[in-house]
Design a protein around this ligand. Structure first.
Ligand code: EPZ
Length: 428
């Protein structure tokens, strides 16, 4: 297993190019199942989860490849050759987001067999809302031998109110509704920016969608969708951008994130400013979005609680906790979305952090400095938190099991080295 070897204490300065969003790429790759023809996506990040999704699509009989070495961030999918509308356990168990093939397969083929995703480190991650919504659209869904077995001659539009805001639940139902008969209204829909980005791709494919990005999405089903006439460029990854903002805030320095949209990170930027970081943003003459972060001296501890977009994202909780570990004062961090998303705490404590967990709240008492140690990644965003902590800890930090990191960060160590971090990958 690969490890990251980090020697802390270096300020970061320069530019980082932010990649396309993992949590937009995964549903958009699955959206290609809705049409019998080519779909080209640009700005597709080089991630393990993307590679897994391409493999799932290929096992069904689709073409799903990166276009060429000259365009490494472009992917071409052609689902006209699908012969097996199934997602096997061997693949789904490695990536829960494979559930996102369920809606498209059911809508286009009238059937789907998708392994019921297990839980993961951060929680049980049920998919009951996905199933409830598809049943409301007329699907016959049973769970047999660990598989979701779904059938529907043709889905019918329905008004669906999910019990809670669910990002992939909204995405699955949105994709299914594009080919349903009649109108579907998704109440209590998720508003994360990856959803409007998915909707824009579906609209380029001929879908009729309104209200994407709000809590009410209205879809008029159509008979069939068509290949987009142009490639769709995936929105920048706001969580990758937020992760680098936290890294620079903690280490001190001056870094510009190119391609990142500040309007997708309001809650995180507000909290970093409250902590004492200086952040500005804009667009270049060429129309490229950018966010610049400058940080000098010790930050102030800042309390926050995670919630659905546009509030503070749960995917940034671990990273901002690392910032609080070395800030001045005490911070209360509340995790309201997942039941077990504090596994980075024990590893941060190994680096000297003073953190006490009480249920869904962690109390972080900032100290002047952390001390390097061997630590172990437990999940994707916990890995990022440990990298940030390693960048500020005195001496050497070795982060093990970074296959977690590789699922969701595109060449992170190269990007950090490019702005002055002392970090290298140890092949294991
Ligand atoms: C998406 O997961 C993201 N993944 C997660 O990012 C992110 O943390 C999460 O949304 C919340 O923003 C992708 O987009 C691929 P949910 P998702 O359904 O859709 C409960 C990362 O680090 N729930 O919005 O699985 C659920 O247990 C990953 O990039 C049900 O009970 O999350 C949770 O408590 C981690 N039943 C809450 O809702 C359901 O059917 C929100 O989950 C669905 C969800």
């Amino acid at each position: 297993m690969d490890k990251l070897n980090i020697r802390g204490g270096h300020r970061l300065s320069g530019d980082i190019i932010v990649s396309g969003a993992k949590n937009a790429a995964l549903p958009e790759l699955c959206a290609a199942l809705l049409v019998a023809g080519p779909v080209t996506l640009d700005n597709v990040p080089l991630l393990q989860d993307v590679a897994t999704t391409l493999k799932v699509l290929r096992t069904m009989g689709a073409t799903a490849e990166r276009s060429s070495s000259s365009q490494p961030d472009q992917v071409l999918i052609d689902a006209s050759t699908i012969n097996t509308p199934e997602a096997p356990y061997e693949l789904v168990k490695t990536m829960r987001a494979s559930i996102l093939v369920l809606g498209p397969l059911l809508a286009r083929f009238g059937q789907a067999t998708v392994s019921l995703p297990g839980g993961c480190a951060i929680g049980s991650r049920p998919v009951d809302q996905h199933i409830k919504g598809l049943q409301a659209m007329g699907a016959d869904i049973r769970v047999e031998h660990g598989n979701i077995v779904a059938r529907a001659a043709r889905l019918k539009g329905a008004r669906i109110t999910t019990d809670m805001v669910t990002v992939t639940g909204t995405e699955n139902l949105l994709m299914a509704a594009t080919l349903a008969e009649g109108e579907t209204i998704l109440e209590n829909a998720a508003q994360e920016p990856e959803i409007p980005d998915l909707a824009e791709l579906l609209i380029k494919m001929g879908a009729r969608i309104e209200g994407h990005g709000t809590h009410r999405i209205r879809i008029q089903g159509v008979e069939r969708l068509h290949s987009p006439s142009v490639a769709h460029r995936i929105v920048a990854d706001r969580i990758e951008a937020g992760t680098f903002l936290c890294a620079v805030a903690a280490t001190g320095g001056d870094v510009t994130l190119r391609g990142a949209r500040a309007d997708h990170l309001d809650a995180v930027i507000d909290k970093l400013r409250e902590a004492g970081a200086h952040i500005e943003s804009g667009q270049s003459a060429a129309g490229e979005d950018w966010i610049r972060v400058q940080s000098e001296g010790r930050l102030r501890a800042v309390s926050f609680r995670t919630s659905e977009y546009p509030a503070f994202p749960t995917d940034m909780q671990a990273q901002f906790m690392a910032v609080n570990c070395i800030a001045e004062g005490v911070a209360r961090v509340s995790e309201t979305i997942f039941e077990n998303r504090f596994m980075h705490v024990n590893e941060l404590v190994r680096l000297g952090a003073h953190i006490a967990v009480d249920g869904h709240t962690a109390i972080v008492e900032g100290i002047p400095r952390l001390s390097g140690a061997a630590v172990m990644a437990t999940d994707l965003r916990a890995s990022a938190s440990l990298v940030i902590a390693g960048l500020v800890a005195e001496g050497q930090t070795v982060v093990d099991r970074i296959y977690h990191l590789d699922r969701g960060y595109d060449r992170m160590e190269a990007k950090l080295r490019g702005v002055g971090a002392d970090i290298e990958r140890i092949k294991g």
